[in-house]
Design a binder for this molecule. Sequence first.
Ligand SMILES: Cc1ncc(COP(=O)(O)O)c(C=O)c1O
Length: 390
Amino acid sequence: MLKDFSAVMPTYNRFPITLTKGDGSYVWDQDGVKFLDYTAGIGTCNLGHRPKSVEIALARQLGELWHCSNLYTIPNQELLAEQLVKHSVFDQVFFSNSGAEANEAAIKLARRYAQKVKQTDQYEIVTFKQSFHGRTLATLAATGQAKIQAGFEPKMPGFRYLPYNDLAALEQLVRPETCAVMLELIQGEGGVHPADQVWLDQLVSLCKTNDLLLIIDEVQTGMGRTGTLFAYQQYGIEPDVITLAKGLGSGFPVGAVLAKKEVARAFTAGAHGSTFGGNPLATAAGLATIEQMTSAEFLPMVKENSDYLWGKLQTLCGQMNQVKGLRGKGYLIGIELEGQAIDYVNRAREEQQLLILVAGPQVVRLLPPLTTTKQEIAQFIIRLEKVLAD
Ligand SMILES: Cc1ncc(COP(=O)(O)O)c(C=O)c1O
């Protein structure tokens, strides 16, 4: 739907196609052109488009109760929280509607824990350069990128940014006012940069010694995206808090904060809330999603197929001079290129009916559905080879 003037505010540079249908790893535009979708709604449709089990759960819930406020117990919310707790190291969950709201809640939880439970006046949260934590006033202040913050001054105080993966800079981590550290284990929007294990271990140990909360933003890395249900499980660490959104509802908006019980107790009645957070439909989608992802065969299948994709990508990228690097884990992949990433993204869409993303000016980002098959991966590689070869 390309119009000269849109009644929608122009906060996005939109691509010149309009998608009207999705099924598994494919989407169709309004002219019926079929695209292989390796963006998955920016890492959201982790079970592919319109996964059957989620569709059934939503349809069932649509026939019962769409919404009721959080003044009443919501059975799906209880069940989804139980599943999230069962498959993680956390004890309790707060539900939001988006990633930014989950991070906003985690920021509030960290301050409240410091002030009401620890009885200190600590408030500062250390985050990292090139991070991305959202677009609300608190989460854009947490985000270590000046371009996201420009024009929204005064910036909310209480955040300090250190360089990511920089061991020496960890010396500056702790100040008397610091209460928490918040980071992505793979910086997604910032160019697909995975955390270095040695650096992370040092960071975690400093958090423990100095009684700082460790908050991991798993909005993009969570829900199977990196090959385990949560990315922290691959790093052998135990955060105090993680945040989720994107893949949690398979495309239905829902976010969550998962916390250890000693931290969660800072959120007493009235401390935080959300009208829609964890409503019956959102948590029906979340419950069906996590049930599929925690079935015995799902994550082993993701591992096998993503290993297959990595093998093919390593071979292809090794042959292409314009490829400067290949980074990521599981199905969160960045290809660093000579030249502008957007040119490759446009060529992929226009000439190969392949949807891929950028993550910074020179990085192409791949976020396929976790359900993508080996046949689709083989198709993808053929199309990508043509895009890179042109
Ligand atoms: C790591 C991370 N945190 C937070 C967000 C914000 O999530 P939302 O757009 O749902 O507010 C994103 C979105 O891309 C993200 O990648």
